[in-house]
Every structure is written in structure tokens, then in C-alpha cells.
Design a protein around this ligand. Structure first.
Ligand SMILES: NC(=O)c1ccc[n+]([C@@H]2O[C@H](COP(=O)([O-])OP(=O)(O)OC[C@H]3O[C@@H](n4cnc5c(N)ncnc54)[C@H](O)[C@@H]3O)[C@@H](O)[C@H]2O)c1
Ligand SMILES: O=C(O)[C@H](O)CO
Length: 312
């Protein structure tokens, strides 16, 4: 069994060493331009077209959860990966816990008004503030998939009213499920903290816009953990200025790194992180991929296959 590996920034040696430990029977190599030697599997992130084009692969594994980048590449170069070759993505593999850490910490930061106390501190003011009530702090998770479900579950223990929105009805204990476009308004009405964990697809690009934001509760908050293109930045800034939004925590941006002249940098009620909310964890990812390859070799079903028509 031959496996090729490509990631623009991961350490090849570390990954190949881990993969060899998990799959001792496999020949594993870092792909380099011009390498057209046989391969059965490819592990990739932002792969060059030439790496995959024309290969008779058994499967390709994306080294992340979101596959919008490789799907847009495939849209431009369909010859890169025929439909007959399955594309898989990482499901959780350590990203769920990271998303939980991020979301819980930010929700509690706002719920306990630490943002307001920080502003008072800047004014050297000692001023206890009226406490928020949990029943006024409904949290809505856009995208109740692998990661959205983990985030909703982690918030449940804190007693907040929880709801999720997804393509199909979900059954997450303690979380009210809303499904499909027709139920989006009901999901948004009364939501105080909106957490985005949707995949980037033609249907979801630009979804967090003025029309959506206006349907949230007053003094609401947005946490974007998915893709920057989900958010219409001008509409987000306008909602912050109008008071509809009290704060935003953004990990992803339509252009990354975010250009230094982007107004989000200077906004006092926007917090930002550089697309680090949940990074690919090598040991968990290698275990996930190794198990998947072994299942494919045995002719067994594998979780995480990307539906190219659906876009995720
Ligand atoms: N910021 C980061 O560091 C980071 C890390 C990992 C993943 N992500 C992002 O998080 C996203 C979600 O990851 P995941 O593993 O939970 O994905 P997933 O495929 O398991 O879940 C996606 C969810 O979105 C819902 N959905 C998709 N299209 C929809 C639509 N048109 N209407 C309503 N609901 C829709 C699906 O029903 C599903 O519940 C990834 O696509 C990626 O963009 C970001
Ligand atoms: O989708 C993912 O896995 C992360 O956003 C890394 O890009």
C-alpha cells in the first residue's frame, strides 16, 4: 500500500513518522512536484492539482474538517479528482474539544459581563453591574454537525437555553432543533448568542448578513468559528454600530491573514483570533485516517465521506 502526503505547512517528517507507526505495512512518502509514482491513498490539504490529477487512488483524505477549499479547487479542475474517487474529511479528531473551549469561554465572558467590566476598568470605575439572566441568554448554534453538536453539548451544563439550526432535524438532548430555511426565522427570534459552525457552501456563503442579524435579540453576540465568507462584514459592523450586536468574536475572515486596514481590527467590541479555534491534532487525525484506510482495505463502510453535490 502506497500513501502520499501533502500539507503546505505541517511538518512532513512528524506526520509520516506517525502514519508509519499507525500503518506499518504502508509505504508513506511526502509528495513533491514531479512525483508521479503509484499511490493508493493521498492525504492532502490545499493540494496542487498535479498531485492528484490522473491518479487511480482508492481514496483521498482532507487534513481538516472544512473541505470548501478543495471543493472549489475541484470545481475549477474536475480532472483533479473524478467522482469515482471518494474524498473524506476529518470528523472531530480533537477539534470538538477545542471548539468547546472557545465557545464556552466566550459565552461566559459575555454572560458575566467581563467585556463591560473591562471597559469600566479602562475608566478606572469600580461599578458592579446588573447581572444577566440565563433565560435572556439563549444560545443558537448554526450548523449542528459534528462540531456544532459538541459545542451545544458543552454549553448545556451551564444552564443556557440552547437551540440549533441544521439542514435536517437533530436530536441533541436539551437542545431545541430547528431545520431548513423555513425554520431559520424561528431559530433566530430570541437568540442572544449566535455561534456559527456551518460549512461554507453556495447556500451558506454570506448567510450572516443584515437580514439575519436583524432577527436576533437586541444586544446580541456573534461567534464565528466556521468560515469568514459566512459573514457580510459590512453588515456585522453596521449591527455593532446600531446596537443590535453588543459584541463579536471572530476566528475566521473572508481574507486571511486579515488585511491591516480592515476596520474589524480597531473595533472595540470585536475580539479576534487568527483561524486557530480548532486545529488539526496529528495523533487523533492519524488514528482516524489509519482506521478509515484499514476499513476501506477490508471493504467496510467509512464515516466522513464528503458529498460533493451538497458541498460538505
Ligand atoms: N475555525 C476553525 O479553526 C475551524 C476548525 C474546524 C472546522 N471549521 C469549520 O467548521 C465547519 C463545521 O465542521 P463540522 O465538522 O461540524 O461539519 P459537519 O459537516 O459535521 O456539520 C455541518 C452542519 O451544518 C449543517 N448545514 C450545512 N448546510 C446547511 C444549510 N444549507 N442549512 C442548514 N444547515 C446546514 C449540516 O446540517 C450540519 O449539521 C467546517 O465546515 C469548517 O468550515 C473551522
Ligand atoms: O476546516 C478546518 O479543519 C480548519 O478550519 C482548518 O482550516
Amino acid at each position: 500500500m502506497d500513501i502520499i502526503f501533502y500539507h503546505p505547512s505541517f511538518n512532513n517528517n512528524d506526520w509520516i513518522r506517525a502514519l508509519r507507526q499507525a500503518l506499518p505495512q504502508a509505504n508513506i512518502r511526502a509528495w513533491t512536484p514531479g512525483d508521479n509514482a503509484h499511490a493508493d491513498y493521498a492525504l492532502v490539504w490545499h493540494p496542487p492539482v498535479e498531485m492528484l490529477k490522473g491518479r487511480q487512488l482508492k481514496a483521498v483524505f482532507a487534513l481538516g474538517a472544512g473541505v470548501d477549499s478543495i471543493l472549489s479547487q475541484l470545481h475549477a479542475h474536475p480532472e483533479m479528482l473524478p467522482e469515482s474517487i471518494p474524498l473524506f474529511r476529518l470528523e472531530d479528531t480533537g477539534m470538538g474539544l477545542q471548539m468547546q473551549e472557545y465557545a464556552v469561554s466566550q459565552v461566559l465572558h459575555w454572560f458575566r459581563r467581563f467585556d463591560d467590566y473591562q471597559a469600566l476598568k479602562q475608566q478606572a470605575k469600580w461599578q458592579p453591574l446588573e447581572e444577566y439572566e440565563r433565560e435572556d441568554f439563549t444560545i443558537g448554534v448554526l450548523g449542528a454537525g459534528v462540531l456544532g453538536t459538541k459545542v451545544a453539548e458543552s454549553l448545556r451544563q451551564w444552564g443556557f437555553p440552547l437551540r440549533s439550526w441544521s439542514r435536517s432535524r437533530k436530536n441533541i438532548p436539551g437542545v431545541t432543533s430547528f431545520a431548513g430555511g423555513e425554520e431559520l426565522p424561528a431559530f433566530l427570534h430570541g437568540t442572544r448568542v449566535l455561534i456559527n459552525l456551518l460549512p461554507n457552501t453556495p447556500e451558506t456563503t454570506g448567510i450572516i448578513n443584515r437580514a439575519l442579524l436583524n432577527q436576533l435579540a437586541d444586544n446580541s453576540y456573534v461567534i464565528n468559528l466556521a468560515r469568514g465568507v459566512h459573514v457580510v462584514e459590512g453588515d456585522l459592523l453596521a449591527a455593532l454600530e446600531s446596537g443590535k450586536l453588543k459584541g463579536a468574536m471572530l476566528d475566521v475572515f473572508s481574507r486571511e491573514p486579515l488585511p491591516s486596514d480592515n476596520p474589524l481590527w480597531a473595533h472595540p467590541r470585536v475580539a479576534m483570533t487568527p483561524h486557530m479555534a480548532a486545529t488539526t491534532r496529528r495523533s487523533e487525525a492519524v488514528a482516524f485516517i489509519a482506521q478509515a484506510i484499514q476499513r476501506i482495505e477490508r471493504g467496510e463502510a467509512v464515516s466522513g465521506r464528503v458529498d460533493r453535490a451538497r458541498g460538505y
